[in-house]
Design a protein around this ligand. Sequence first.
Ligand SMILES: Nc1ncnc2c1ncn2[C@@H]1O[C@H](COP(=O)(O)OP(=O)(O)OP(=O)(O)O)[C@@H](O)[C@H]1O
Ligand SMILES: CC(C)(CO)[C@@H](O)C(=O)[O-]
Length: 285
Amino acid sequence: MDTTAVAFCPGHISGYFRRVEGDTPATTGSIGAGIVVDEGVRAEAARAETASVTVRRRSRAGAVIETMTGSPPVEYVLERLGVTAAITTECRLPIGAGFGMSAAALLAATTAINRLHNLGLSAGEVAAFAHEAEVVHRTGLGDVAACRGGGFVCRKGPGIDAEIVRHYEPGAVITAVTLGPLSTASVLSSPGRMEAIRAAYPEGCPETLEELFSFSRGFAEKSGLISPEVRSVLAACDEAGVLASMTMLGNGVFAYGEGAEETLAAFGEVFVLRTADRGVHIPEE
Ligand SMILES: Nc1ncnc2c1ncn2[C@@H]1O[C@H](COP(=O)(O)OP(=O)(O)OP(=O)(O)O)[C@@H](O)[C@H]1O
Ligand SMILES: CC(C)(CO)[C@@H](O)C(=O)[O-]
């Protein structure tokens, strides 16, 4: 009997979104578009008499730079599955910065728990529990659906079974900078913010990364979410001719094209990412 199980899930930068209210968490979520990126969350589930979650963030060099104990959405999934485990998650990207770390942690942890306890859940059932935890805890709406696969996505309906258009751009480099956390829950809980987001939502689905950045930037400008710090970074990207928009929901910017890394480097630590070639999976370790 295995004493541990591991899974990995990529993160997701949401470019634009609109909440879709359903009768249940399963039918609640968002429509929108974003990019699944190759950095994400590694989750390990170990046999334990009581449930626990340890969250670690590592530097690029691999040193532990942040350790937190507890994760309400992950603990929620353990309760819903009726099992205990000691969960350890590891990521390099910052949490709360619009990289979809909560969704990646939930999908990876639930996949690992499923294997550890031989629950026999399908990939869809695993995603359903992860999505339910995101919606119930207001930590996200559409990231779990996006992170089931790679590429850049256009989600046409709420929940994990709705139509998703995925395009793969192997090797496309997405650069991002974060200027500090932004609480996803605080935005999702604000009727005024959500009304502005609904009104800013663009029609159609981007077919190229260039279109995704164009749709995202138009949405960000109309949504009223751009902070003065983000505005400064976007202005520098415009000046440099670099495609850029605000990471949803994070106080940051993601950019694409020649000169993106150099332009963003002036504002903080830059994360150089690639579009993911696949979604949540069991890593070859
Ligand atoms: N790596 C992780 N491991 C375990 N729990 C996490 C992790 N990242 C986020 N969470 C849980 O999700 C909660 C909300 O995270 P939040 O949604 O703000 O981050 P994010 O997903 O990176 O941001 P966004 O949803 O805007 O992309 C955290 O307070 C934490 O409880
Ligand atoms: C709400 C959201 C922007 C938070 O990352 C994301 O879950 C989405 O696009 O639905």
